[in-house]
Design a protein around this ligand. Structure first.
Ligand SMILES: [Zn+2]
Length: 264
């Protein structure tokens, strides 16, 4: 079983500037024998990177309206069953399971703060200003701040398909965004600027290889990327090819809407 010391020395081996903010995406399972010891992983992470954050998205708040704007990458009126299961957002709502055990543990840390978005919140320690930048109308604002602060993205046992910061690159390149709706105590709230699909983001990996630092910690491959260089590279890809980084699922509604917008 991996020790605290093996974890901290693994993180230090990435050679990152510990003063800069880090956005982490992780799969605890990738560490194999770490099951049940997520707190050790979080402790090691925060001891090496005192400014750390993770997405704590809450997709359970989303509802599908009967109608809405055109080219919005969604089939209106199909949410009858799902809408009935939707939950009203509250600031202490647990992060979606797919955000991973570590993100939820970070959210529950006594020093952690959480941003305010009813679907796309982030939680973190030592990043209060970055989290405060998020607005309902500008969900990716914290990623812009992470870029300005020359922070890092840490992918621990996961690929670029969860690399949320690439959505900021899409925004810089002028790619279409969407409107979604979330249940709040006063009813459904419109959430504009909702990013597209990220299932094709692994296509960016070869272009980012030169700036990616990797270490193996136990069974997990941990990769770190400097946000500024990563975003500039990915935004250039999308500017040069408006179909870059889209997924290959012909049924994908958001990638389909982006393709439609490029062709028409
Ligand atoms: Zn897609």
């Amino acid at each position: 079983m991996l020790s605290y010391r093996e974890l901290t020395s693994g993180f230090r081996n990435l050679g990152l500037d510990p003063g800069r903010p880090v956005l982490v995406h992780s799969s605890l399972r990738a560490f194999g024998d770490l099951r049940g010891r997520a707190a050790v992983l979080l402790g090691a992470l925060t001891s090496v990177f005192p400014r750390v954050m993770a997405p704590t998205h809450t997709y359970a708040t989303m509802v599908i309206p009967e109608e809405g704007p055109e080219h919005n990458g969604m089939a209106y009126g199909t949410g009858l069953a799902l809408n009935a299961l939707a939950e009203i957002y509250r600031p202490d709502m647990p992060a979606d399971r797919m955000m991973g055990v570590l993100a939820e543990l970070l959210r529950n840390h006594p020093l952690a703060k959480r941003s305010m978005h009813p679907i796309l919140s982030l939680a973190g320690i030592g990043v209060d200003e970055i989290l405060a930048a998020q607005k309902i109308k500008d969900p990716v604002a914290p990623l812009h701040d992470l870029y300005e602060a020359e922070g890092y993205v840490l992918l621990m046992g996961v690929g670029h398909s969860v690399n949320t910061t690439l959505h900021f690159a899409e925004k810089l390149a002028g790619r279409r965004t969407f409107v979604r709706w979330a249940l709040m105590p006063d009813g459904a709230v419109e959430c504009p600027g909702y990013p597209g699909c990220s299932m094709g983001f692994d296509k960016a990996a070869p272009y980012l290889a030169d700036i990616t630092r990797s270490v193996q910690i136990g069974t997990a491959l941990v990769r770190a990327l400097p946000v500024r260089e990563m975003v500039i590279t990915a935004a250039t890809l999308v500017r040069e090819d408006p179909l870059a980084l889209l997924c290959d699922d012909p049924a994908c509604e958001r990638c389909g809407a982006v393709r439609e917008g490029v062709i028409t």
